[in-house]
Design a protein around this ligand. Structure first.
Ligand code: SAH
Ligand code: DHB
Ligand code: MG
Length: 222
């Protein structure tokens, strides 16, 4: 089994199930032109995020890690007319590209990109006492995932969904002795998820055009 095969199957699925979309294509073009790395979710992963948010009936979505706003657009499209999305991004350049992409997607009124280290932005959201979020998508620096989970738990309600991207990283996640902060962050995040009585969760491995990775899904139950 090879990367080429995974990519071909991803493209086959996308060609049948994920409609070609000028706005999303343009978002990737502008991201690339601005020098952003191509680490956005794939089209079929983006569609999965959109479907999960729709199934959830999400009115309020929180994203940690905006990049050029590609996943943000997929999530934003699940929102009803009065829905809100807040996306957190450390890099001002990325946020600027994302804002342009969100505006082109017709989401300028619904989606807000907050610039700064996500831990600070999360602390501010908690201090502001914002209304709880129905979906949280965690996809920034994975070493901070334990903190992001803690904050997400303070910003959600019973029934909310917390999605963690890239929890497999080519299988590195099982390397307990790893000196890689990403791996240690992911492992602690999964441990905290599993031992928290307020959460019920699973994680799924994936292959596709972005290689071998996966995501975690946790529902807040109390
Ligand atoms: N969700 C995007 C991809 C995000 S890539 C998509 O799928 O389209 C991860 C992003 O997290 C990068 O843009 C990076 O700048 C941002 N990031 C990294 N560390 C961060 C931090 N401490 N706070 C906020 N954003 C951070
Ligand atoms: C990386 C980050 C991501 O969020 C992702 O989906 C894939 C790769 C990275 O930092 O390499
Ligand atoms: Mg990711």
């Amino acid at each position: 089994m090879s990367q080429q095969q995974w990519t071909t199957v991803d493209e086959y699925f996308s060609s049948l199930l994920v409609q070609d979309d000028e706005v999303l294509d343009a978002a990737l073009r502008d991201s690339h032109a601005a020098g952003l790395p191509p680490i956005n979710v794939s089209p079929n992963e983006g569609k999965l995020l959109c479907l999960l948010a729709q199934i959830q009936g999400a009115r309020r979505i929180l994203e940690i890690g905006t990049l050029g706003g590609y996943s943000t657009i997929w999530l934003g499209r699940a929102l009803p007319a009065d829905g809100r999305l807040v996306s957190l991004e450390a890099e001002p350049t990325n946020a600027e590209v994302a804002r342009g992409n969100l505006a082109r997607a017709g989401l300028a009124e619904h989606a807000e990109v907050r610039i700064g280290p996500a831990r600070d932005s999360l602390a501010r959201l908690i201090a502001e006492g914002v209304e709880s979020f129905d979906v949280v998508f965690i996809d920034a620096d994975k070493s901070n995932n334990p903190h992001y989970l803690e904050a997400a738990l303070q910003l959600t309600r019973p029934g909310s969904l917390i999605i963690g991207d890239n929890v497999v990283r080519g299988g590195d996640v099982v390397d307990a002795g790893s000196s890689n902060p990403t791996v240690q962050g992911l492992r602690r995040f999964l441990e905290l998820t599993g031992e928290n009585p307020r959460l019920t969760a699973t994680a799924v491995q994936t292959v596709g055009r972005k290689g071998y990775d996966g995501f975690s899904l946790a529902r807040v139950v109390a």
